[in-house]
Ligand binder design. Sequence first.
Ligand SMILES: NC(=O)c1ccc[n+]([C@@H]2O[C@H](COP(=O)([O-])OP(=O)(O)OC[C@H]3O[C@@H](n4cnc5c(N)ncnc54)[C@H](O)[C@@H]3O)[C@@H](O)[C@H]2O)c1
Length: 344
Amino acid sequence: MSPTVVIAGVGRFGMLHARVWREAGARVVGLADPDPERLAVAARTHEVARTDPDLAALLDRQSADIVVIASDEASHADLAVAALAAGSHVFVEKPLALSTVDAERIAATAAAHGRQVVAGQISRFAAPMARMRARIASGAIGTLCALRLRRDFSRAWYASFGDRVHPVWESCIHDIDLATSFTGRPVRRVMAMHAVAAGKARSSVVSALLEFDGGVIATIESAWLVPPGAPGTLDGGPLALDGAIVGEAEALGLDGVLRQRLVSDALVEWTGTGAQVPDMSLWPEEDGVIGGALRREIRYAIDVCAGHRPPDVMPLREACWGVAAAEAIVESLRTNSPVELPPA
Ligand SMILES: NC(=O)c1ccc[n+]([C@@H]2O[C@H](COP(=O)([O-])OP(=O)(O)OC[C@H]3O[C@@H](n4cnc5c(N)ncnc54)[C@H](O)[C@@H]3O)[C@@H](O)[C@H]2O)c1
């Protein structure tokens, strides 16, 4: 049976979500967004009759098997709790929440109502990253010692969403989550430094050192300085966001090393408008539908919420660990000191 879905937040990513959930077989039965113009465009585009600026009010009139939260980061926790209290399962875009207190509030509400929460940490669902995780888990590189993860974003994005919350919650959270998925453990200690570009309120470069339970160390670096002349990776793609994500993930074991570019350079396009290295892993269009990690993630969420599989790829507990690590990085940047995390 196709699940019914309500989407909260129909901005850039919410619009893409609406498309992919429908393509994956869900029925989108309601949309919530305080922006009336976006709401009207989304309702027309995705043929949805029920809309409301407020998710809780919408859920009073329209039940949903799954509520998809693709709104601004600061609203995630309250929306997730409202959706769970209304009896829906929740898919919530990254970050799950902006504090450990809120992440635990979500987890407690999910447990109290017997509902699932799937955090939209998309990187786990990218095929090369899933392969890295499986190879580490199978012992292919022996005992895992260290991880190096780097992710740089277009500088133009900083102005549009990079500093609406601390950029650690926008970019580093992906790599914290990858490191968590590779180790399967929570972080116990963090030290971070940053550089702040002139005129900016928050970090434009972050460098963090994380020690996981069990001793694996991870370096996580992120900069929002990719210039406009760099080859685009998302230009002209299905997400209304041109620009570039550039980065690498590396796992160092006692018996081997795994390395992966975040966006493969297998396909390079040179045209009259410049060079592109199009993303073929996150949300590529394949045969007229969105494929890649986003489709895989949504199909996984549908199966977990239907009880057809356990929440083994993206357990809520690991999303909570990621929130605790991101919070510790922000705290380390604020105090310029190491931060010890309490046992998870
Ligand atoms: N996984 C990924 O790779 C990826 C990529 C892009 C965005 N995201 C995440 O998706 C989320 C949305 O990002 P975006 O770029 O689409 O932002 P956006 O600014 O384009 O859209 C956010 C929308 O949420 C709406 N909104 C705000 N408060 C709301 C509330 N209380 N209820 C309902 N709607 C509300 C806004 O009006 C806006 O329309 C963020 O959490 C972001 O981090 C994830």
